[in-house]
Design a protein around this ligand. Sequence first.
Ligand SMILES: C=C(O[C@@H]1C=C(C(=O)O)C=C[C@H]1O)C(=O)O
Length: 263
Amino acid sequence: MGRDADETPPSLDEVRWRIDAIDSQLLALIDERAGLSRAVATAKRAAGDTGFGLRPGREALIVRKLLASPRNDASDALLIRIWRELMADSLSRQGPFHLTVWGDGRTVELARLRFGAAPPMAVVAADKDALAAAKTPWGVSVLGLQPGSAWWGRLLAEPTLNIFAALPCLTRWGPQAAFAVAQVEVEPTGGDQTFWVTDSPKSAAAVVEALGADGVAAEPVAEAGGLKLFSLSGFYQRDDERLTRAPGQLSGVVGAAPVPFDV
Ligand SMILES: C=C(O[C@@H]1C=C(C(=O)O)C=C[C@H]1O)C(=O)O
């Protein structure tokens, strides 16, 4: 940068000196950001918010803005990894943020990718234990889409529990294979998918067709225990008329999440 092509390239010592200088600046900024989490917690309490400090919508907007910012060399994956780490660390400074995971090794990996190293993590043997943990204060549970389990269907009877993230958040990291659940409000972020469950005995394709005829773009996600889970394109309120007249006796919205950042 700023050098003519015919100039000799910087020596290793010079490059290392620059890296060390940048690291000092990064540290000062990271330290300053970490310190702000106390102020955020105080401000939230002052505003009467004594619940879980997690704001998935705000986090998605932060990540999208960063990804849209001009840069030369930092990859999307690098930005996402660093800011997920910063934001989860901030959250864990605000209260007893903790993770519970049910699934396979990939589910554990996806949980750490999304929520960083800060929160303590417990891996449980039963999906119902993960759902119970999501109801404890400052609890987030990550559950895998394991064949045969319709844990997501149980959210129909748990209106305070929402799926708020689909993992991973980049398609280049693989297909969506796990969901994060917590007692947290979901809100539209401008690029969302809504998760909807039905007990309709129709085939998934027939349900997709019925929804499509009503203007709802849906994709099947999972099927187990007589229930089907769909991802609807966009943010749907629980009482959306198109969903109340969709196929099934027992059906409903069980959460919403930002669409992967690279679609
Ligand atoms: C800092 C906040 O709390 C959490 C941490 C965030 C962050 O570090 O940027 C963003 C959203 C919240 O999940 C906040 O609500 O702004």
